[in-house]
Design a protein around this ligand. Structure first.
Ligand code: NAD
Ligand code: USQ
Length: 480
C-alpha cells in the first residue's frame, strides 16, 4: 500500500470553509461575443458581485436553436417528445466532470438548451493529490468553444460553487432552467475516507450543495424538475432483493410502502443517502418534482459527441482514489499491471456504459416526475462481481495478445466480499432505455482505448492508498 504523506499545500484547500476556492480564484470575467453587458441584468449584478467573490467566472450564451428543436426532441434510439413548443432548458451541474460533460454534449446535440454549472473542483483534486486523467482533457472553455465551432450550438457556462447560494441563485435567475441535472458532487468513496477533512468536505459539499439546489428550485423555478444523481451504494448489500427506491412491508399486521433501507459504506455514499432524504422531504413539503437516479458504477469513455474532436475527449480516471473498477482494470491490463481485485472479489455491483448514463438522464428529463413526486430509478444495466470483471478483462486481453494477471489485494475497504445481490432495474427500461451491454467487442474497444493512452499512465497511482480502517483526524495526501 502506498505511503501516506502529509502536505500543508494539499490541506490548505480543505481545512478552511470553502477553501478550495482559493486555487480557483480567477479575477477575470469572460464575455462571449454574444454577451451584452448593458442588457444583461445578470452581467451587471455579476460585475458588482465580483469584488466580493472573485472566484466566480460566468459566461452566458444565448442559444440559437434550429427548427427541429422547436418541434420536439429526437433521440438516437427512441422518440422523446417535448410537450411545449419551446426547447427545454437544462442546467447541468457538474458538467465539467466525467458523467456531466458527456451528458451536457448529448443534451445539446439533442437540441436542449444547455448551461453547465461547475466550480472545477474535480480538476483541483487531481492537482492536490498528484493524479491525472488517462486522457488529456481540454479546459472547460476550450471544450465549449470547440463544441460551438463543430456544431454551431452554444453551451452556457456558470463557474462557481453551488454551496454558495448567492452564486447559485444568480445562475438560476439568469438561465431559468426547466430541468436541473445534478452531478456536482465529490463522488469518490476513497477520497471521502482519506482523512477527517475530506470526510467533512465531502458531506458539506454534497449535502449543502443539494440543499441549495432544492431551495433554488423552490424560490426561482418551482416547476423545474430535479434529476439528481444518487448511487446504488446507498442500499448497500442486503440479503434480500433491492427494489427501486421503495419497499412494501407488512409488520404486525399493518402494511406500508416505505423508502428502501439504506446501508451505505463510505462517508461519500452516506452523503448520497442524506441527499435522498432531503429531496424526498422537499417533494412532500414544497411539491418539488424530483427523480433520484441511483446509478451503478459507470464504465467507458467514448460517446458519439465526445468522439467528434480530441478537444471534446472526456476524462478517464484509473488511479486508486477516483478510478472505478472496470475502467481501472482496463488500464491495468494495458500497462501490464496485475488486476487489483480487493479481497475475495465477490463484491457485486450494478454497472453501466457511460452512453447509457446519458440516455437515462435524457429519458428522465423527457418524462418528468409530477409535482410533489419523488421518483427513484435504479440506473444500471448489468450486475458483476469484481472477480467476474477481472475474468472478462483477462479474456479480452488474451484476444489482443496481452497476458493479464490478477492479484488479490488486501481489501482497503470495509465491505462484504461474498454476498447476495439482486437489484431491480426495470423503470428506465420501461421508459425506453436500450442498454449497451458489456459485450466482447465493447471490452476490446475499451482495452484498445487504454492501450492508446498507456504512456500517460503513472503506475504509482494504481494501488489503493486509502484505508477505511486507518482513517483518522490527521491530514493526509495520497501523492507519492
Ligand atoms: P466527477 O467528479 O467527474 O464530476 C463531478 C463534477 O462536479 C466535477 O466537474 C466537479 O468539479 C463538480 N462539482 C463538485 N462539487 C461541486 C460544487 N460544490 N459546485 C459546483 N460543481 C461541483 O464525477 P462523475 O463521475 O461525473 O459523477 C457525477 C455524479 O454521478 C456524482 O454525483 C456521482 O456521485 C454520480 N455517480 C457517478 C458514478 C461513476 O461511476 N462515475 C456512479 C454512480 C453515481
Ligand atoms: N474494487 C476492486 N478493485 C479495484 C477497485 C474497486 O476490487 O481496483 C471493488 C471495490 O472494493 C468495490 C467495487 O469494486 O467493492 C466497486 O468499487 P469502485 O471503486 O468501482 O466504485 P465505488 O467506490 O462504489 O464508487 C463508484 C463511483 C461512485 C458511485 C459508485 C456507484 O466512484 O461515484 O456512486 O461507483 S455504486 O458502487 O453502485 O455505489
Amino acid at each position: 500500500m502506498a505511503h501516506l504523506l502529509s502536505t500543508t499545500s494539499s490541506l490548505n484547500a480543505l481545512t478552511s470553509s470553502r477553501a478550495y476556492s482559493k486555487p480557483l480564484n480567477q479575477r477575470s470575467v469572460i464575455f462571449p461575443a454574444s454577451f451584452t453587458l448593458q442588457t444583461s441584468k445578470f452581467a451587471f449584478k455579476r460585475l458588482t458581485l465580483q469584488e466580493k467573490r472573485p472566484q466566480r467566472v460566468c459566461t452566458a450564451h444565448a442559444a440559437t436553436l434550429s427548427q427541429e428543436a422547436q418541434s420536439g426532441v429526437k433521440s438516437g434510439t427512441h422518440q422523446i417528445s417535448s410537450d411545449s413548443s419551446k426547447p427545454k432548458k437544462v442546467m447541468v451541474i457538474g458538467g465539467d466532470g466525467y458523467c456531466g460533460w458527456a451528458t451536457a454534449l448529448h443534451l445539446s446535440d439533442k437540441n436542449y438548451e444547455v448551461a453547465i454549472v461547475d466550480n472545477l473542483v474535480r480538476r483541483l483534486f487531481d492537482h492536490q493529490l498528484g493524479l491525472d486523467s488517462l486522457t488529456p482533457i481540454a479546459s472547460i472553455h476550450n471544450r465549449i468553444r470547440r463544441w460551438k465551432s463543430l456544431t454551431g450550438k452554444d453551451i452556457g457556462l456558470y463557474i462557481g460553487d453551488i454551496c454558495d447560494f448567492e452564486f447559485l441563485s444568480e445562475a438560476f435567475k439568469s438561465f431559468e432552467p426547466d430541468a436541473v441535472v445534478h452531478f456536482g458532487e465529490q463522488r469518490s468513496a476513497p477520497y471521502s475516507m482519506i482523512d477527517r477533512s475530506r470526510a467533512v468536505f465531502t458531506q458539506q459539499n454534497n449535502v449543502i450543495g443539494t440543499l441549495n439546489v432544492l431551495f433554488a428550485i423552490k424560490e426561482f423555478g418551482d416547476e423545474c424538475h430535479l434529476v439528481k444523481l444518487g448511487t446504488m451504494g446507498e442500499y448497500g448489500t442486503p440479503n434480500i432483493d433491492i427494489e427501486e427506491g421503495y419497499i412494501t412491508i407488512t409488520h404486525n399486521g399493518r402494511t406500508d410502502t416505505l423508502p428502501y433501507p439504506k446501508q451505505a459504506s463510505s462517508f461519500y455514499h452516506l452523503s448520497k443517502v442524506h441527499d435522498s432524504h432531503n429531496i424526498a422531504f422537499t417533494c412532500k413539503a414544497w411539491g418539488i418534482r424530483a427523480t433520484d437516479l441511483n446509478q451503478g458504477v459507470v464504465y467507458g469513455v467514448r460517446t458519439d459527441e465526445t468522439e467528434m474532436h480530441e478537444e471534446l475527449t472526456n476524462r478517464f480516471d484509473y488511479d486508486g482514489v477516483f478510478g472505478t473498477a472496470l475502467n481501472r482494470f482496463c488500464v491495468q491490463a494495458a500497462v501490464g499491471h496485475p488486476l487489483t481485485v480487493y479481497g475475495k472479489g465477490g463484491q457485486t455491483r450494478g454497472y453501466l456504459d457511460i452512453r447509457d448514463t446519458i440516455q437515462c438522464v435524457e429519458l428522465a428529463i423527457a418524462n418528468p416526475a409530477k409535482p410533489g413526486e419523488f421518483r427513484v430509478f435504479n440506473q444500471f444495466t448489468e450486475q458483476f462481481s469484481v472477480k467476474e470483471l477481472a475474468a472478462l478483462v483477462t479474456k479480452a486481453g488474451k484476444k489482443l495478445g496481452i497476458d493479464v494477471q490478477t492479484k488479490s489485494v488486501p481489501n482497503p475497504r470495509v465491505e462484504a466480499e461474498e454476498h447476495y445481490y439482486n437489484a431491480k432495474h426495470t423503470k428506465l427500461i420501461e421508459l425506453g432505455l436500450q442498454p449497451h451491454l458489456l459485450s466482447d467487442s465493447l471490452l476490446d474497444s475499451l482495452l484498445n482505448f487504454a492501450i492508446k493512452y498507456k504512456d500517460r499512465v503513472d503506475t504509482k497511482q494504481i494501488m489503493p492508498s486509502v484505508s477505511w480502517k486507518k482513517i483518522g483526524v490527521k491530514p493526509k495526501t495520497v501523492a507519492a
